[in-house]
Design a protein around this ligand. Sequence first.
Ligand code: SAM
Length: 363
Amino acid sequence: MAGSDLEPLSLWLLQSTGLRADRLGSSRLARAVKQRLIPSGCTSIRHYAQRLPHDRPEQQKLIEHLVVGESWFLREPRSFEQLHQLTVRLRQRPLRVLSCGCSSGEEPYSVVIALLEAGIPLAQLQVEAIDISAVALAKAAEGLYGAHALRGLEPGLLERHFQREPGRSTRHWRLRPQIRAAVRFHQGTLQQQLVQLPGPWHVVFCRNVMLYLEDQARLDLLMAIAARLEPQGMLLVAAAEAPMVPLDRFCSLPGGHGSAFAPIRPIAVEPADAAPRPVDRPVLPTPACAILEPADHLVEARRLSQGGQAEEALAAARRCLYLDPGCHEALELAVDLAVALGRLQEAERQIRRLERLRQRRQR
Ligand SMILES: C[S@@+](CC[C@H](N)C(=O)[O-])C[C@H]1O[C@@H](n2cnc3c(N)ncnc32)[C@H](O)[C@@H]1O
């Protein structure tokens, strides 16, 4: 199968799902098309590529062959520790959690299990989940899992939240119905579904999906998530995906091992002739970070800056300024870092704030 034959199909995939064929694994698209050619009644790849854009059922069948649905319960346990910590700090209920690319339900059901274990009743939870694969979502609704998906669960959790499946091997367990009923699943692309679901969310899990997306689709997705997170909310990504998160829209949360992020609201650009605001606070509502004192964030900012992590250092300096808008040292550091990162608009804004601060001190 010539690579050029597949190009129109790669393009269709990218445009309709954001997925990049080469990131799904070498020759996955070629294998999937090969498997669909005869059942679809097409005589050649060219014929298949011509038909696909007009044949919705066939599009879904091809997607089912393409997506990577690998998942298991309590995968990357640190995410669930972060979720737990946030729920302790956040008093808002119901707690609204979204799982993006939920596969056969392991991730959103793990959310429910983790929160139940933390003592939060089901009535105070609203968990929703999106996936493009109808086959994966049918498995999620069934709630029957084998040893592979259950390998992250200790026996106590298994006994409390699952039932042995009579007639199946002892390695198969079915989730208890009340947990299955606690998650609402939505089939479609993240791009379509995110804008349709009401939000805003306290926590968004978006793990092991961005790996497969094209760069711009990734960025668009993260922007859409940022816009739909509560100001005190949190984005959780897989460790391997952390470098993909843009640090001008998210700040890395302390203690989050680099995979937990708080949203940063876009900074309002002041018109040149705007009168100085009476209270000059940056628009950075990241109270999830606010468990630390401003000085802790300043220390962190200096440490990161010395370690050459300018983006992260700037985010820490902003957190300090959010909590203590009059912190002279944090402002100076933020100016240096913004200049080093080429964020000249931000640097100028911080310089104006420094000036105002100095004038106030002289009075
Ligand atoms: C590797 S699984 C990750 C499951 C889970 N998030 C985890 O970390 O264990 C990726 C899932 O993302 C889904 N997916 C990929 N691209 C998608 C898209 N554009 N819209 C919705 N779901 C998508 C796939 O169907 C698959 O079930």
